[in-house]
Write a protein that binds this ligand. Structure first.
Ligand code: ATP
Ligand code: FE
Length: 355
């Protein structure tokens, strides 16, 4: 079974071809064209610019993905496209292209939830069995999910304001470091003293898996301004120590909330208990070490798929399409673009970037 996947919900135009066979999932090609440079001057993704770039580039991504897989559209068994959540202009670009391709080729078309794509990735890379625990940590998302089945995700909690990646990016900005902030802040932090500045660990006093990261940024800003007021500026070492303190706080919150998520997940009695992470922030070694320690303490397998499959890509969309197709779920009739689309329909309305 071979699927073409298309992704355009944020600032990456992507297409991929994935096959499912006896050995499980196999990525035949995965093309991702980022738009970082297009949005660099605006301090964030500009929806209008993103939509236009997707409209211009998606065609080419699909052509390349098929060529790299050595296939033509006639060879695939279906087309999967991200139909939400995300920036509506971008999502529509992808959905319209996919509808055109499906109409022209007569192939089945499946709409995929972007978050379900992330959440099902550990099954593509490692054939993970349900139920497993999933932590999504990126520039736009932060949430714990239990993956019970292809179409059954339970949200345990998430950020009530900023996503951690966003916090890393803002920290970099406040300290005059380049974007994306995550890798740079991690590099600086490695040279810093994490004990010099003690930043808050928000919501640890509150039960459950909800998190908050916006206060951290304010605390960092205050610490920076105090240094500036004191001695007229911050030194290279100050900056490293600030980064280290910030990173330690994020890692501590994620580790503690993971412990609580495991306490909700393990009573289900999973045959192969596992925590999988997705999202760019999962690349952070300090954060990873914290999560691995929590997992090791509970005998839970820790799994981090390769970063190119953890950040936005279309292979996860093609794979989710395959999973849905195999499960007999979804046809073209329910394919509408949805800017907001919580994975867990029973969950309370979500706030801010915890969508
Ligand atoms: P989403 O996929 O949820 O829409 P996104 O496209 O911003 O959001 P990703 O591409 O998964 O998310 O990840 C990018 C984010 O990850 C950025 O905010 C970046 O700063 C952060 N990041 C990348 N590497 C690291 C790292 N080593 N440490 C911390 N954060 C990191
Ligand atoms: Fe994503």
């Amino acid at each position: 079974l071979t699927f073409l996947g298309i992704e355009s919900s944020c600032d990456d135009s992507a297409a991929a071809v994935v096959r499912w066979g006896e050995k499980g999932g196999e990525v035949l090609s995965s093309v991702v064209e980022g738009q970082t440079a297009l949005h660099a001057d605006f301090g964030g993704v500009v929806p209008e610019i993103a939509a236009r770039a997707h409209a211009e580039r998606l065609d080419g991504c699909v052509e390349r993905a098929l060529a790299e897989a050595g296939l033509s559209l006639a060879d695939v068994d279906g087309i999967a496209v991200t139909s939400g959540p995300g920036l509506i202009g971008g999502v529509l670009s992808g959905v319209m292209l996919a509808k055109g391709l499906a109409a022209g080729s007569g192939k089945p078309l499946l709409g995929v939830n972007h978050l379900a794509g992330h959440a099902l990735t550990p099954r593509l890379t490692d054939g993970l069995a349900f139920p497993y625990l999933m932590l999504l940590v990126s520039g736009g998302h932060c949430q714990f999910l239990i993956a019970h089945g292809v179409d059954h995700f339970q949200r345990l909690g998430g950020t009530i304001d900023d996503a951690p990646g966003e916090a890393f990016d803002k920290t970099a900005k406040l300290l005059g470091l380049p974007q994306p902030g995550g890798p740079v802040v991690e590099r600086e932090a490695a040279l810093g003293d994490a004990t010099r500045f003690r930043f808050p660990r928000p919501l640890l006093d509150r039960e459950g898996c909800d998190m908050s990261f916006s206060g951290l940024k304010t605390a960092l800003l205050r610490a920076r301004d105090a240094l500036i007021a004191e001695k007229g500026g911050i030194t290279v070492q100050d900056r490293r120590d600030l980064c280290a303190g910030f990173q330690a706080a994020v890692a501590a919150v994620l580790a503690e909330k993971t412990r609580r998520a495991l306490a909700l997940y393990l009573p289900l009695g999973p045959a192969e208990p596992a925590l999988a992470v997705a999202g760019g922030v999962a690349a952070n070694q300090t954060i990873r070490a914290g999560l691995m320690a929590v997992c090791a303490a509970s005998g839970v397998r820790f799994l981090a798929p390769p970063l190119r499959l953890c950040t936005d890509n279309a292979a996860m969309i093609a794979w989710a399409g395959i999973e849905r197709f195999r499960a007999g779920l979804g046809g073209p009739t329910d394919l509408v673009a949805r800017p907001r689309w919580p994975l867990d329909a029973t969950a309370a309305p979500m706030i801010g970037s915890g969508k």
